[in-house]
Every structure is written in structure tokens, then in C-alpha cells.
Design a protein around this ligand. Structure first.
Ligand code: SF4
Ligand code: MG
Length: 327
């Protein structure tokens, strides 16, 4: 396994109390594999990613337990200085909002080139040439001229390509993309996602794709981990999950996908709101919203049951996963 997260816990101390953002997450991704992490906002998917990247170490976010094994090393045990070397060079992150991630007063070519100057000790001139190469790699038209342009001179889709180029620059083994296409319109979304998937295959990188949109992941993910209230509630190969979800929450998400072929049909949206992370409901955290909830769900927290004995295993944190799959 390229990356293995084990029993990760993250808390946020706020004025009003402790928010339990991540409550025992286990997941992993191999080289050349894409893991989609799915869930509503506040489910802990971004916080988990930030903990992996080591960009959470600033209070009030605190890792209170677990391991993040990357190429066999536990990143949580590294000193900040060692951690910084891993970040960017061995693992990189792509964020939703390119405009706030890029420096507005620096030409994009300089920002791309900076990676090579800092990490590879290249001259400015060589770094500039590398920047052009990367911009061509992510198919930015007229890269040679545009290398001098500023972030605001690019469209949203082109800016997101630049973010991908930045992430790829040092050929990391792992990329974490947090809602990389959410801010884009639908046609551009598909182009950017296809590009990301193509480069991921070519470089044989591990990719963790964080999204709240199941529609985005169908074509690109190998596995899906669904998160709710800081836990994984279902994990499965992508095709299995589309065929038969084993958790009522996943089922609700699937039924919320807009269907182009069924115009006018009312979309099923999961009722209610995600829980307050300072007061996670006892038992199954999903029970206040679950159409299948029984008494036991209000008292007993479901473990991640193994749904099949096959490899890769399929898991569901629902006492009634069988009924869910049959219903
Ligand atoms: Fe619903 Fe109960 Fe399953 Fe939780 S354990 S998802 S409340 S049926
Ligand atoms: Mg998020």
C-alpha cells in the first residue's frame, strides 16, 4: 500500500466545546489507484486529507490518535522539517479554489518554476522552461506566451489545470484532490477530471479524490469510501457500490444524483442535516436521518461489517446492511 491511514482521530477545540471531526478512519490507496472519498460537507473528508498532508498541525485542529503510513513510514512521527520535504515532492494537494491557492501578484510561470528552484535547485531560466513544459502537459493553449500571465487572466478551468500542473511538478507518488472541479461548470468539470485521471494513470500515482458528488467519480474511481460524521460508513469497489449500496446513507446519495434521462422527476435528497460534530448522535450517527432505523440503531454503534469475503473487501457500518442490499 502506498498510503495507509489507520484509526485516525482529529478534534477541533472551539469556544463551545470539542468537535470530533474524524473518529477512527481507516483507508488506503495503492500506486496507480484512485480512491474516491465521498460525503457531505462536515463529514470529515477534507480534515482527513489535511491530516495526511500535515497541514492541520496548526491549532485548533489536533490529531488525537492513529497512524498515517506513507511508503511504510508513519508521517505523524516525522518532524515538521521532514514533513515539509514530503509535502509537494512526494505528495501534493489540489484544492477547489485555485484563485485563493495561487499567488495573485505572481505570473503563473514563476509560481510553477518556483517548485523547481526550491526543490530541485534549478536556475530561473531552466525552471521557466519546465513551467512551459508543465503547462503544455495540462494542455493550456499557447503555454509559451501564457507563462507570463497572472492567475486572474485565466478561466476557472484553466486555473484548475495550473493547479494540477503545480501538483504534478515534482512527480509525487500521491495526489489528494479536494473537490477539484466543484467550482467549475459541468462541461469543464468533465474535461478537468478526465485530464486528472489521464495524468494519474500515466504517472502511476495514487489519487485520493474528495467529493460530495457521486456523479463525478463513477468513471474515474477504483474504490469509494463514504464518510459520515467523521467515520467511514461504507467502502467498496466503485462498480459494486453503484450496483447495490450496502448502507442507507450511500443509497440516499446515489438516489440524489440528477438524472438527465428522467427529466422532471423529483430528486430524492436525504432528509435532515449532518450532525453537529460536538454532539454526534449515540449509536449509529446516521439514525436521526435513516429511513431504516430501528431501536438498536439509537444505542449500538455499528462496526464496519464485512459484507463479502472477497478481496478487495466490501464493508458497511450498518446493522442492517443485508436488508439494505435486498431492499
Ligand atoms: Fe440506518 Fe440503523 Fe443502518 Fe444506521 S445502523 S444506517 S440507523 S439502519
Ligand atoms: Mg471540504
Amino acid at each position: 500500500m502506498l498510503l495507509e491511514v489507520r484509526d485516525l482521530h482529529v478534534e477541533f477545540r472551539t469556544r463551545d466545546g470539542v468537535a470530533k471531526a474524524v473518529n477512527g478512519v481507516d483507508y488506503g490507496v495503492d500506486a496507480g489507484e484512485t480512491l474516491a472519498v465521498l460525503g457531505e460537507s462536515g463529514s470529515g473528508k477534507s480534515v482527513t486529507a489535511q491530516a495526511i498532508m500535515g497541514i492541520l498541525d496548526i491549532p485548533p485542529g489536533r490529531i488525537t490518535g492513529g497512524e498515517v503510513l506513507f511508503q511504510g513510514r508513519d508521517l505523524l512521527k516525522l518532524k515538521e522539517e521532514e514533513r515539509r520535504k514530503v509535502r509537494g515532492a512526494e505528495m501534493a494537494m489540489i484544492f477547489q479554489d485555485a484563485l485563493s491557492s495561487l499567488n495573485p501578484v505572481l505570473p503563473v510561470g514563476d509560481q510553477l518554476g518556483e517548485m523547481f528552484v526550491v526543490h530541485r535547485g534549478m536556475s530561473r531560466k531552466d525552471a521557466r522552461a519546465k513551467a512551459v513544459e508543465l503547462m503544455e502537459r495540462v494542455r493550456i493553449p499557447a503555454a509559451k506566451e501564457r507563462v507570463k500571465d497572472y492567475p486572474h487572466q485565466f478561466s476557472g478551468g484553466m486555473r484548475q489545470r495550473i493547479m494540477i500542473a503545480m501538483a504534478l511538478a515534482l512527480e509525487p507518488a500521491l495526489i489528494i484532490a479536494d473537490e477539484p472541479t466543484t467550482a467549475l461548470d459541468v462541461t469543464v468539470q468533465a474535461q478537468v477530471m478526465d485530464l486528472l485521471a489521464e495524468l494519474q494513470r500515466e504517472y502511476n500515482m495514487g489519487l485520493i479524490l474528495i467529493t460530495h458528488d457521486l456523479g463525478v467519480v463513477a468513471d474515474v474511481a477504483d474504490r469509494i469510501a463514504v464518510m459520515y460524521a467523521g467515520r467511514i460508513v461504507e467502502s467498496a469497489p466503485v462498480h459494486d457500490i453503484y450496483k447495490v449500496p450496502a448502507h442507507p446513507y450511500t443509497k440516499g446519495l446515489l438516489e440524489s444524483i440528477p438524472r438527465l434521462d428522467q427529466k422532471g422527476e423529483e430528486l430524492y435528497a436525504i432528509k435532515g442535516l449532518p450532525p453537529n460534530l460536538m454532539h454526534i448522535p449515540p449509536g449509529c450517527a446516521f439514525h436521526p436521518r435513516c429511513p431504516m432505523a430501528q431501536d438498536v440503531c439509537r444505542t449500538d454503534e455499528p462496526p464496519l461489517y464485512e459484507v463479502n469475503g472477497e478481496e478487495p473487501a466490501r464493508r458497511s457500518a450498518c446493522h442492517f446492511w443485508r436488508e439494505c442490499m435486498n431492499g
